[in-house]
Design a protein around this ligand. Structure first.
Ligand code: RBF
Length: 171
């Protein structure tokens, strides 16, 4: 399915792990906040729907998407945080600056994830227009925040599967 047709809020939910004791950090960029607030709502509600404790969800704001990387690192370095979700909206075409931001955040989030060994989810929309952004923030294409939260849950499930296989220990 091409990304233009995908509904970001429709996913396979078989075999999800118990996340009731897992702690999540959600970073929200303030740029394009009319969209990023919707991404946050989607991510937050999806975590709750699939069993997270609201007390275990912590939000942090950053000025723009460029700052998501360092915010993600600060969250991921905390021993009590199990997964980080980074939410932002970078609208393409308004300025070339956006290409640099997108690449920096994608690379930065990957680096933080590999360095800390924790899921750090790239929940950044990179649409051409504000309309396309809104379509993916609770509009006709679902909500990227939902998808980012589900990705975090699934990665925790995979971690659990691999850790149990290696040590026999539980989550
Ligand atoms: N931050 C975003 O989250 N989304 C954007 O679309 C976005 N566009 C920007 C365009 C320009 C020309 C500049 C200078 C910054 C932009 N930023 C955007 C902010 C950026 O992520 C960062 O917060 C600032 O560059 C820090 O000064």
């Amino acid at each position: 399915m091409s990304s233009a047709d995908k509904n970001l809020s429709v996913f396979n939910t078989e075999g999800l792990p118990d996340i009731s004791s897992k702690k999540f950090g959600i970073l929200v960029a303030e740029w394009n906040s009319e969209v990023t607030e919707k991404l946050f709502e989607g991510a937050y509600q999806t975590l709750l729907t699939y069993g997270a404790d609201p007390e275990n969800i912590e939000r942090g704001n950053v000025p723009g998407s460029f700052e998501l990387t360092l915010g993600a690192q600060w969250f991921a370095e905390r021993r009590d945080i199990d997964a980080v979700i980074a939410l932002g909206v970078v609208i393409q075409g308004e300025t070339k600056h956006n290409d640099y931001i997108n690449h920096a955040v994608a690379q930065g989030v990957t680096n933080v994830s590999l360095k800390t060994g924790k899921p750090v989810i790239f929940g950044v929309l990179t649409p051409n227009t504000m309309e396309q952004a809104l379509d993916r923030a609770g509009g006709v294409h679902g909500n990227k925040g939902d998808e980012a939260a589900m990705t975090a849950i699934k990665m925790l499930g995979l971690w659990h599967q691999i850790a149990v296989a290696q040590t026999g220990s539980s989550f």
